[in-house]
Design a protein around this ligand. Sequence first.
Ligand SMILES: Cc1cc2nc3c(=O)[nH]c(=O)nc-3n(C[C@H](O)[C@H](O)[C@H](O)COP(=O)(O)OP(=O)(O)OC[C@H]3O[C@@H](n4cnc5c(N)ncnc54)[C@H](O)[C@@H]3O)c2cc1C
Length: 291
Amino acid sequence: MKPPPFDYRRPATLGEALGVLAEAGPGGKVLAGGQSLIPLLNMRLAAPARVVDVNRVPGLDGIEAGPSGVRVGALARHAAVERSPGAAAAQPLLRQALRLVAHPVIRNRGTVVGSLVHADPAAEMPAVLALLGGSVRLASLDGERDVPAAEFFTGPMESAARPGELAVSAFFPALPARSGTAFHEVARRHGDYAVAGVAAAVTLDDDLRISAARVACVSVGPVPVVADVTAACGPRPAASVAWDAVAAAVRDLVEPEGDIHATADYRRYLTGVLAVRALRDAASAAHGEES
Ligand SMILES: Cc1cc2nc3c(=O)[nH]c(=O)nc-3n(C[C@H](O)[C@H](O)[C@H](O)COP(=O)(O)OP(=O)(O)OC[C@H]3O[C@@H](n4cnc5c(N)ncnc54)[C@H](O)[C@@H]3O)c2cc1C
């Protein structure tokens, strides 16, 4: 199918982009990698009056990694973030999760920030941002505001970005010393959206006991479901954790729905299994072991 007609703008500066977005109001849509928007247009599931292609706006493709975390610009492609040694060193969960996003050709074009704004409950990057307690920076003619992940994802395919706002970057915080992360998911075919998936972060204390453990689950709610499972995991070494009880605790926290890919019960069961795998691998990584 072909998309419905729309007014196409390709601004050359950030100021111009914010101007044409403000002018369009609720009828305006940003085009970044186009890996979600173009299929939605072609299937006529979206019909914006104006599409604002920001691909020629300079300065939006940065990946700044430092001790506090990684700031990813609006035009940084999934593949660029996945391959960035600095980003992987500052926040390994980015690379662990990005390997699971779609296929390489889609990752060459799709953007991390676009994935956050798109806010698909089955997508990996919203779960990563939510698990880490990151934020999204939104710009408009009125200025900039940083929205924490806990307030950014407001529903399935819905984010806190308002008409006239452009998400210019997202910040993924680093974790404390002796922390590890992992991401596990099950998809019907490699590269498909996950039937269920879990991102985990574990921190160990000086005696190598688990002092913090969190998971973020995908495809089991309207937004990423974040759960603090520290009480179920610690304070004890990973080898002494009652993992069946942890799986049960996570299953109690999610409320998946059934669809053509999986029943709700199967999704809930799978989420418990994946949570344990991800937490154990995250604990191994915190020990400095390869999983
Ligand atoms: C076959 C296929 C499989 C896929 N599998 C997965 C998968 O397994 N996991 C996964 O996470 N994703 C998957 N995707 C989606 C892919 O990761 C997209 O790249 C991503 O969801 C959106 O990024 P984009 O840059 O392409 O955004 P676009 O398609 O350009 O935009 C998506 C939406 O976000 C808005 N938007 C984008 N950038 C901004 C911005 N800077 N400011 C404000 N609004 C913005 C757009 O207006 C639009 O509403 C898949 C896509 C395809 C085609």
